[in-house]
Structure formats: structure tokens, C-alpha cells
Design a protein around this ligand. Structure first.
Ligand SMILES: [Zn+2]
Length: 251
């Protein structure tokens, strides 16, 4: 059920059962408790990414039995706010399946009102404990923004909205003396984490209450590895034993 302060969207099917598909060994092995912590959710994503990088995916929760089991309700353990890039398919790179991830994708993981509303739905109605901003190297949206900013030429049509949303990250990178495109991407991921918490009081409240965390992850197209580069609260950046390169401020 929707809690006070949740967005004014109609709740979809809510979780009806935390039970895995009967007789489905893959679902049993990879089941995530619906009340799982942000740390558990991030650890599960990182485990799946390691399987993907190693070329040994389990393809959990992709069989017909699990498809039927989740038809009556969903309880995804992570929200992925990722770039639309065709090489950044969340369920593949994190080795997950149906019902596991609530995915919102825009070019350059820009976060307008519809994106924020979708995230708020997941964290308040579905009680998803982790939000991940997923960016990547060689991001075309960041490159387009860089070109537009350098030439002073705005792209035509709605693409300009994407560029406008990325330009503040370019300013941040310039202020920090960063010129490398992939380091700019990491800064843009951190800026997106901050922007989501600045713009969404609902999300910020969930994080402040300890029910949710927001993490930025940077993906490498060739290697397939996703590493944490920003985290709120900051302790989330150490779940995999590393420290975030960009520590976003706590909202
Ligand atoms: Zn991209």
C-alpha cells in the first residue's frame, strides 16, 4: 500500500508472496528477501556483475516457472536508473531476471519528473531498498553535451533537453580540472545521484529514514565491470571493499 508522501500514481501489483517459485531451484538459490537491506541488494548486484564479467552467468529467474510465479506481484530489490545505451542492459550485466530490477533508462541517465516519479513509485510502493545510477564509459550523451558546450551549438529537438541536463556535470568536471571523458562520466554519475536527492523529497526521506540508499555505478563497456563511484549514505561505497571516487552529499 502507498504510504503517506508517496507519489500520486496508482499502485500496480504489489508483492503477494515472498516465496520463490515452487520447485524452481534457480529461484530458490537466487531469491532476495523483499525486506532486504540496501547493502544486501548492492552485494547481490555486484555478485551478478562478477558472474557476468567472468563469463559465467547463472541467468537466474528467467525460466517459465519464475515467470508464472511473479505474475501476481513484484518486489524488485533494486531500481536501476541507467543510460539508454544499447550495451547497458541491466538484467544482463547484473545477471538477474524477471521481477528483480525496476529499470528506468534515459540517454545520459538524465532525471526529469517522470524518471523521479518512477523511482519514487519503486521505493515507496514496492519498497525497493536500493537505487542505482548506472553510467558508462564512452557515453554518447556526455560526448554530445561536451560537443554542444564546446561549440556553443545546441542540438535540434528534444535532444537539447538531454544536453542541458548533462552540462552542469561538465561544469563540475571543469571546476575540478577534469578533462578525461571517462572521469567526466564518473562525475556525471555522482551529479545524477545528487540531483535525484535534491529534486525528490520523497527519495531523500526514504534515504534519511534508512529504508533506501542511492549508489552511482560506472560501467566499462569492454570489461563489463560496474564499480561504485558515488554513494548515499557514504558507507554504501565500501560494500565491495572500495571507497567511492565521488562522494555525494547526504540529502
Ligand atoms: Zn550513455
Amino acid at each position: 500500500m502507498s504510504r503517506p508522501g508517496s507519489p500520486g500514481v496508482q499502485p500496480g501489483p504489489e508483492r503477494k508472496s515472498s516465496e520463490p517459485a515452487p520447485g524452481d531451484p534457480v529461484a530458490v538459490r537466487d531469491a532476495i528477501p523483499p525486506s532486504g537491506s540496501p547493502e544486501l541488494a548492492l552485494a547481490e548486484l555486484q555478485a551478478g556483475n562478477r558472474r557476468f564479467v567472468a563469463g559465467a552467468p547463472h541467468h537466474p529467474n528467467q525460466d517459465a516457472g519464475h515467470r508464472a510465479a511473479v505474475a501476481d506481484g513484484q518486489h524488485p530489490f533494486a531500481v536501476i536508473v541507467g543510460c539508454s545505451d544499447s550495451r547497458l542492459a541491466a538484467e544482463i550485466i547484473f545477471d538477474r531476471g524477471l521481477g528483480d530490477l525496476f529499470v528506468v533508462r534515459t540517454a545520459g541517465h538524465t532525471v526529469g519528473p517522470e524518471v523521479l516519479g518512477s523511482v519514487e513509485y519503486a521505493v515507496t510502493v514496492l519498497h525497493t531498498p536500493l537505487v542505482v545510477v548506472l553510467g558508462h564509459d564512452s557515453c554518447g550523451a556526455v560526448q554530445a553535451a561536451r560537443t554542444a558546450d564546446a561549440t556553443g551549438t545546441a542540438p535540434e529537438g528534444h535532444l537539447n533537453a538531454v544536453v542541458d541536463a548533462v552540462v552542469p556535470s561538465l561544469r563540475r568536471a571543469a571546476a575540478e580540472g577534469v578533462d578525461d571523458i571517462d572521469r567526466i562520466v564518473d562525475i556525471h554519475i555522482g551529479c545524477t545521484v545528487e540531483a535525484m536527492l535534491d529534486r525528490s523529497a520523497v527519495l531523500a526521506a526514504e534515504v534519511a529514514a534508512g529504508r533506501c540508499a542511492v549508489v552511482g555505478m560506472s560501467y566499462r563497456l569492454a570489461a563489463g565491470e560496474a564499480r561504485v563511484v558515488a554513494a548515499v549514505p557514504p558507507r554504501m561505497g565500501a560494500v565491495d571493499g572500495t571507497q567511492p571516487a565521488v562522494a555525494a552529499a547526504v540529502a
